[in-house]
Design a protein. Structure first.
Length: 401
């Protein structure tokens, strides 16, 4: 038995939402994180007491404007930058689209007749869609790089794909299904050798592992509130160069320094700032190590009870500490999970027109359909306990035997 908390007791002090104690064991933190009670406490005053428009010069706009500035600084500190590099958006998908469409549109306006974008096969659908949309809109093209059996981009493949008309490389930092961490710094160095910008969607990594934009050497980075214990509906885009020519996708009043118009969502920006501070505290107190031990404890229980049947999907080392993606031989995840009613987790397959289709991520990694259809994504988080892992393992073992 691992040391540490072993019961599912809700406390206000650690921010645990009471809802976690009234439902199944929650192992879907990559899908979304519950909102930390401390984050809710931080945002509530900006729904009632400090309700003003931050652009208003009168009394009621002053505290919202100050709060927005504080939140920008809190987010910036989490990724080792300063506040002028942070631009709030309404979602990670919007931040991705702003990075990708904005860069492509600006390149087209600057005289590139056919802007070239590079991404990779296991990318988040928001990035893939934004790349294809930008290419259609601005007469460009998209190159999708393959990945190896662990889901990682080969740096040599990026080097070979770059061309004189390449304007942006967009490679996610950590995969949402397998947790595989891409060699972003190495890829960024290659892109920069050719004068090309690089964007990374870091929705799954920011707050879970240390993320330093200087060390990663990226030009643009997406981070998302609901992946780090803030509400859905708030995200941010980091720009290394705040003056970068980036065509806005939402026009209007010129908020966010002209990057994203629309009256700022002050309560949710405050929430993201509070979540960023809490994440920094978690990282400093060893949260990644705790979660990797808990993940390995869960994996070991399954492996011991189902010898030879539990296959790890993704990289064994270069992955997020809280992510366990496995396939259990002889099962199908969409049939197994309904037999675990006290477990909330995700399958790697999706149902389309009544047919189960294997995960495109695992398919791109070269896994056969049977293995991909058996994939379970078990993701831990801030309030996951040893007892949660034990209960989840018992349910999965029972359903698989």
């Amino acid at each position: 038995m691992m040391s540490g908390q072993s019961t599912r007791t809700a406390t206000i002090a650690d921010g645990r939402p009471p809802g976690l104690d009234s439902g199944p064991v929650y192992l879907d933190y990559n899908g979304t994180t519950p909102v930390d009670i401390r984050v809710i406490d931080a945002l509530l005053p900006y729904l009632h007491t400090h309700f003003g428009n931050p652009s208003s010069s009168h009394h009621y706009g002053q505290e919202p404007a100050a709060a927005l500035a504080r939140a920008r600084t809190q987010v910036a500190r989490l990724i080792n930058t300063s506040s002028e590099h942070i631009f709030f958006t309404g979602s990670g998908s919007e931040a991705d689209a702003l990075a990708i469409r904005g860069t492509t549109a600006s390149a087209k306006a600057a005289g590139n007749p056919a802007p070239h974008l590079i991404t990779q096969a296991t990318e988040h659908p928001a990035v893939l869609a934004a790349c294809h949309d930008a290419a259609r809109s601005y007469g460009g093209r998209v190159t999708i790089l393959p990945v190896d059996e662990h889901g990682l981009v080969r740096p040599a493949d990026l080097r070979d794909a770059l061309s004189p008309d390449t304007v942006l490389v967009s490679i996610m930092h950590a995969n949402n299904e397998t947790g595989a961490i891409q060699p972003i710094a190495e890829l960024a160095a290659i892109a920069h050798q050719h004068g090309v910008l690089i964007h990374t969607d870091a929705a799954q990594s920011v707050g879970k592992i240390p993320v330093d934009v200087t060390a990663l050497d990226v030009d643009l980075l997406t981070l998302v509130g609901h992946k780090m214990y803030a509400p859905k509906g708030i995200a941010a885009l980091y720009l290394r160069d705040p003056s970068l020519a980036l065509e806005p996708i939402v026009g209007g009043g010129g908020q966010e320094h002209g990057r994203r118009s629309g009256t700022e969502n002050v309560p949710y920006a405050v929430a993201l700032g509070a979540a960023a501070e809490l994440a920094a505290t978690d990282l400093a107190s060893g949260s990644p190590s705790r979660l990797s031990q808990l993940r390995d404890h869960l994996h070991q229980q399954l492996d011991d009870a189902l010898p030879g049947r539990v296959l790890l999907n993704g990289h064994p080392q270069h992955r997020l500490p809280h992510v366990l993606n496995i396939s259990i031989d002889g099962t199908r995840a969409h049939e197994l999970l309904p037999s675990c009613p006290q477990l909330a987790a995700s399958a790697g397959s999706a149902c389309h027109a009544g047919l189960q289709e294997p995960s495109p991520v695992l398919t791109a990694m070269g896994y056969p359909p049977a293995r991909a259809l058996a994939a379970l994504r078990l993701t831990l988080g801030r309030w996951s306990t040893t007892d949660d892992a034990d209960q989840a393992a018992a349910q999965i073992i029972s359903a698989a035997t």
